[in-house]
Design a protein around this ligand. Structure first.
Ligand code: LLP
Length: 420
């Protein structure tokens, strides 16, 4: 078992997050429970912001990674921008006090009502992913009487070297506009009456652990910006996307400072504002999922620890075969045994971790690490399981930032058919 990474620490034989003992939180709020560290989230955002200090920039947190209102509000207070992909994320940002003028709207399937709402509140830019979307934005903008700021998301055809499900910048992916067509579409956008072409950008994938793909992609985007400038189409922003990885197991991803040091030289002497859209690297390592062992069971040679969290609470292991660290909250003496950590959901794919050496008894608490990003946001009600509560810890205090879903809420909105 590896050592936990800060803000997790063992203090007097007990796992703590930002010095809050996790067993106390489990007692108070129940399990399964997501717990996040305010300090770690704020530090990660500031790391990006200060690393990019040498150039005009905007750190737009990718809301999809974790969209809890309290978390968005903390980032809004720091002056963060936000990268959104739906009207739901837009309304969250607004309710959390985020500045719409710092919102960029990505995604391949923007609906008309999403576009008109974003125009109404005055977002910074639409990151456009196709010619058809550009036409739609132009039409909606005319109807609502606003000029729509647009940035084209190009597909630079760079292999990010990550899991295929989270690679987005290869030419066969559904994302972005092929490089060969991007110039023509930018010219078209620049000539449109109801849109204003403000930038171009890319996002090539997630959980990247090397810097070269980021540099390659940005170089290609900047070459296109140069071509456009040469034709009298200057841009004000360049979006490098998100994607910086975190440590789950033994990865050694670059820090935001190393990331910035790789990208900023490419921008030397340029005036465009650099936008970055990090999600995972802001919140991933700031959160854990707490779960309690219900039963221990052996089938043939395999031993299972059946816990009270499941694939509906944390989908990454089942969906991507992702490895997430597991730590006992109060490690016990005894010979470790190899367990698969599984939940109560009726699927063989319902596992949270496999083949982990642990000394366990029923009732023990476990913390699944690196669960702050793409954890709660991907939770579902499968098997009619209410979704977990979420808690934020800061400086020894703790706050419930989302109540555990109740059984009534689980069935809210459902209707029976009339008798006849
Ligand atoms: N910008 C765009 C346009 C994106 O599509 C994404 C992530 C981001 C920014 C943020 O990327 P990050 O910095 O978090 O890597 N559910 C998957 C991850 C999907 C990422 C989708 N797009 C997982 O659990 O690994």
């Amino acid at each position: 078992m590896s050592e936990p990474t800060p803000p997790l620490h063992y203090l007097s034989g007990e796992l703590t997050l930002e010095s809050s003992p996790l067993s106390g939180l489990a007692e108070r709020y129940g399990t399964p429970l997501y717990v996040y560290s305010r300090g770690a989230i704020e530090q990660a955002w500031r790391d990006y912001d200060s690393a990019l200090d040498g150039h005009p920039h905007l750190v737009c947190y990718a809301v999809k990674a974790n969209s809890n209102l309290a978390l968005l509000n903390l980032l809004a207070r720091l002056g963060s921008g936000f990268d959104i992909v739906s009207i739901g994320e837009l309304e969250r940002v607004l309710r959390a006090g985020g500045d719409p003028a710092r919102v960029v709207f990505a995604g391949v399937g923007k609906r008309e009502e999403e576009i008109s709402r974003a125009l109404e509140v005055g977002i910074r830019s639409f990151n456009v992913e196709s010619a058809a979307e550009l036409e739609r934005i132009d039409r909606v903008a005319r109807r609502v009487g606003r000029r729509a700021p647009v940035a084209l998301r190009v597909n630079p055809d760079v292999d990010p070297g990550t899991h295929p499900y989270i690679s987005t910048g290869l030419k066969e992916s559904k994302f972005g506009i092929p490089m060969a067509e991007a110039g023509a579409l930018c010219r078209r956008a620049a000539a449109m009456e109801n849109v204003e072409l403000v930038g171009i950008g890319c996002h090539i994938g997630s959980q990247l652990t090397r810097l070269e793909p980021f540099r390659d992609a940005l170089s290609r985007v900047l070459a296109l910006a140069d071509d456009l400038a040469g034709e009298g189409i200057p841009l004000r922003q360049i979006d490098a996307g998100g994607g910086l990885g975190i440590r789950y197991r033994d990865e050694e991803p670059p820090t935001p400072a190393e990331y910035a040091a790789a990208l900023l030289p490419l921008l030397a002497g340029r005036r465009e504002t650099l936008i970055v859209e990090p999600g995972r690297s802001i919140v991933g390592n700031a959160g854990v999922l707490l779960t309690r062992v219900e039963y221990l069971k052996q089938n043939g040679e395999r031993r299972f620890a059946i816990v009270d969290a499941a694939m509906n609470d944390l989908l990454r292991p089942a969906l991507y075969d992702a490895w997430q660290p597991v730590w006992p909250v109060r490690p016990r003496q005894g010979t470790p045994i190899r367990y698969d950590l599984v939940g109560p959901v009726c699927e063989s794919g319902d596992f949270l971790a496999r083949e982990r050496e642990l000394a366990l008894e029923p009732g023990d608490l476990l913390a699944i690490g690196a669960a702050g990003a793409y954890g709660f946001v991907m939770a579902s009600n499968y098997n009619s399981r209410p979704r977990p509560a979420e808690v934020m810890v800061a400086g020894g205090g703790d706050w419930l930032i989302r109540e555990r879903e109740t059984l009534d809420e689980l069935m809210q909105g459902e209707r029976l058919l009339p008798d006849a």
